[in-house]
Design a protein around this ligand. Structure first.
Ligand code: ZN
Length: 320
């Protein structure tokens, strides 16, 4: 391939707007990250962050870049290209982000919710590649999700479909960050696992020893479980059961071929796998096949790749 034809292969930029880090990647049409930059997110407000975005775009952009995608950790009006709200970053409500980036860079811009962006990334270039029916579930501080059904990302009437973390799984009055009780993410998350571990990490226990001098985290539970610690294994078994219940709800709703699990808690997928799969099988109605449960393949890059792929797909559709 000559240099001139290489220059003609289209490239896309993906931006991951995080509460602590702002990341920008140059991605080829197959979803491979060619180069990336990151900065600490400027907390003084949208004007400063948009200036950071434009500067990082300037570093990475070449002549082959066709369009730009931005993943937003909150709610967006995708058609208007505006941010409706970002819980972790005050001041973003009503910001016309797509228009401002388009004006500053001359590039077409598409916005995506961050969980949906990660879903698109795993679908186009990760553990979901080749499947037209998959659910992406990210489990970290809460639960986010994206559903690919019959080859399309499910959006819903207002673009909000997929808030599975707030489906109710128990009558127990366990509080959720949303203000309600019994939500799936009130039962399964990194902070929930850490809090349960702290409650049972009595002096002299393996968990207490592992966390000496540092806050006990879900990672410590994984370490103790790998050593065969019964308390840690019981904590993971409890979490695996709630994941299995949630996945059975997913399966009954969407009949997915694969369930791709991302987020920090996905590091504990293997020790929880048997429990998740047993619960899933036990709860499925006759005729339903259990989805293949896979750990996300792109890790922290899923959102970056996904926003770039969303920009690619929109370009190919002529929607930008
Ligand atoms: Zn909730």
């Amino acid at each position: 391939m000559t240099a001139s034809t290489q220059g003609e292969a289209p490239q896309f930029l993906g931006i991951d707007l995080g509460g602590t880090q702002l990341r920008v990647a140059l991605v080829d049409a197959a979803g491979q990250v060619l180069a990336a930059e990151r900065r600490e997110t400027d907390l003084s407000g949208p004007d400063a962050v948009i200036a950071q975005m434009v500067a990082l775009i300037g570093i990475l952009r070449g002549p082959a870049v066709r369009a730009l995608g931005v993943g937003v950790p909150g709610t967006i009006d995708r058609a208007a290209g505006t941010v409706l709200g970002v819980p972790a970053l005050p001041g973003w409500g009503g910001v016309a982000l797509a228009e401002r980036l388009r004006t500053a860079t001359g590039l077409p811009v598409v916005l995506e919710n961050d969980a949906k962006a990660a879903c698109i990334g795993e679908w186009r270039a990760g553990a979901g590649m080749g499947s037209d029916n998959l659910a992406y579930v990210t489990v970290s501080t809460g639960i986010g999700a994206g559903i690919i059904a019959e080859g399309r990302l499910l959006r819903g009437a207002a673009g909000l479909a997929g808030e599975l973390g707030h489906t109710r799984l128990t009558e127990q009055p366990i509080p959720c960050a949303c203000g309600r009780t019994g939500c799936w993410q009130a039962l399964v998350s990194g902070p929930v696992l850490a809090a349960r571990a702290r409650a049972v990490a009595v002096p002299g226990s393996r968990l207490a020893a592992l966390a000496e001098g540092v806050p006990l985290s879900s990672r410590h539970v994984g370490v103790a479980a790998a050593e065969g610690d019964a308390t840690a294994l019981a904590l993971l078994a409890e979490m695996a059961e709630w994941l299995g219940v949630g996945f059975a709800n997913l399966q009954h709703s969407y009949d997915s071929e694969r369930i791709v699990v991302g987020g920090g808690v996905s590091a504990l997928l293997e020790p929880m796998r048997a429990g998740i799969e047993a619960t899933l099988r036990a709860r499925l109605l006759p005729g339903f096949r259990p989805a293949t449960i896979l750990r996300a393949a792109l890790g922290d890059d899923a959102g970056l790749v996904g926003t770039a792929m969303a920009a690619r797909d929109a370009t190919e559709r002529g929607a930008l």
